[in-house]
Ligand binder design. Structure first.
Ligand SMILES: Cc1cc2nc3c(=O)[nH]c(=O)nc-3n(C[C@H](O)[C@H](O)[C@H](O)COP(=O)(O)OP(=O)(O)OC[C@H]3O[C@@H](n4cnc5c(N)ncnc54)[C@H](O)[C@@H]3O)c2cc1C
Length: 105
């Protein structure tokens, strides 16, 4: 199987890796940080990031997710940053990206 490097493990990189997998290509995702999820993981893993723990999304839970992987049913509307981080981690585990993730530092 061909493998493709994806640089940046935020939502955009996860979407790229997902699209590659759907085309039968293996994505290896690289990021400068030690966690997947980009700014949505920063409140916990890197408090100096652009998002803060009490922040909520400005789009509802129905729009802040992948169309084929909705948020869990107990998710509040306009999820918090930790909830988004949890969702993205869950998504990466479900799609098995975790094993193909490498921190660059
Ligand atoms: C304060 C704020 C609030 C927001 N609120 C919302 C919202 O409510 N709803 C919404 O849909 N969008 C919101 N956004 C938009 C937000 O940008 C996207 O939701 C989303 O996180 C963008 O995904 P991304 O993957 O492009 O970037 P990011 O989530 O920023 O992830 C980028 C990743 O790339 C890595 N990286 C960067 N440069 C390099 C490099 N040279 N080498 C290796 N790794 C690198 C970083 O470490 C990071 O992990 C908000 C943005 C901000 C700043």
């Amino acid at each position: 199987m061909k493998s493709v490097a994806v640089i940046r493990a935020g939502p955009a990189g996860i979407a790229a890796a997902k699209a590659l997998a759907e085309q039968g290509l293996q994505a290896v995702v690289f990021d400068g940080k030690s966690h997947l999820g980009g700014m949505w993981q920063d409140a916990q893993a890197a408090p100096q990031g652009p998002a803060w723990e009490g922040m909520r999304t400005n789009l509802s839970e129905h729009n802040c997710c992948f169309s084929d992987h909705s948020h869990p049913s107990d998710m509040q509307d306009f999820p918090t940053v930790p909830e988004m981080g949890k969702y993205l981690s869950w998504l990466c585990t479900t799609l098995r990206f975790g094993k193909k993730y490498q921190a660059l530092n």
